[in-house]
Design a protein around this ligand. Sequence first.
Ligand SMILES: NC(=O)c1ccc[n+]([C@@H]2O[C@H](COP(=O)([O-])OP(=O)(O)OC[C@H]3O[C@@H](n4cnc5c(N)ncnc54)[C@H](OP(=O)(O)O)[C@@H]3O)[C@@H](O)[C@H]2O)c1
Length: 258
Amino acid sequence: MTKVALITGASSGIGYATALLLARHGWHVVGMARRAERLDALAAAIDALPTPHGNFAPVVGDVTRAEDTKQAAAVAEAGWGRLDVLVANAGVGQRGAVVEAAWQDLETLLRTNIDGVLHSVRASVPLMRRSGGGHIIMISSVAASLVSPYAATYAASKAFVSSIASSLRLELREDNIRVTDMLVGRTETEFNEKRLGEGKRTKSNLPAMSADKVAQGVLNALNRPRDTVILRPFDRLIVLGNRLVPALMGYLAKKQYQ
Ligand SMILES: NC(=O)c1ccc[n+]([C@@H]2O[C@H](COP(=O)([O-])OP(=O)(O)OC[C@H]3O[C@@H](n4cnc5c(N)ncnc54)[C@H](OP(=O)(O)O)[C@@H]3O)[C@@H](O)[C@H]2O)c1
């Protein structure tokens, strides 16, 4: 039976690359984002894949609105009668001091990275249960475990995602639904240019990987389920460094982001 995935934030970067890769491997994909024209471009790219490939259904919607995420799950059910995978990927970045940052930016960040993930999960799980099980991939960040002065609210939003993943995994075990927490490191996407607050002025000198590499990591995690995925040795080093010497890592981050 052809598997069905719902990917939030499918209009660019990691979500786009993952939608294309899953469709290439024969999956049916519901791709959700706010920019209709970008979803149209993804639909055209999927159409142009060598046959056989999976089908694509775009859903123009906002993850901060529960009803939009329910609509995306409804499209999966109406189109293919099931949902096997959710990639909870839509997210935004923000840089700036906790106290001085514009509240509007913090609110957008929290509504997208926290509410958006909760809405996506809550919309998807009932259909996964009716489908006999499933797999949720949470796109978190190595930042989730980092002391991150001047990127503190973003890091905390991703800590929320990783924390929810670890508890949700146990809540859904009897439903045969897996939960994978992907701690993604710096990736070459539109993320940096779109970052809220001071972010655009700060050039990161950390090495970046391609969105295609992250997409391959998602596919690998679906084929060989694991609780936590960190794709690069470099990112593993960052996470370990923060566990062993958090003050030093915080000092280095402050120098980079301030
Ligand atoms: N790039 C990195 O270095 C990096 C590192 C670690 C983790 N991550 C995480 O990876 C995920 C994907 O980011 P990316 O790097 O691929 O960046 P990206 O190219 O900017 O993609 C972000 C996606 O999220 C969607 N999105 C944002 N707000 C939304 C909303 N309210 N409703 C629906 N969709 C929304 C965007 O689509 P629309 O604007 O069309 O709605 C876009 O498709 C994020 O969760 C990010 O935190 C990225």
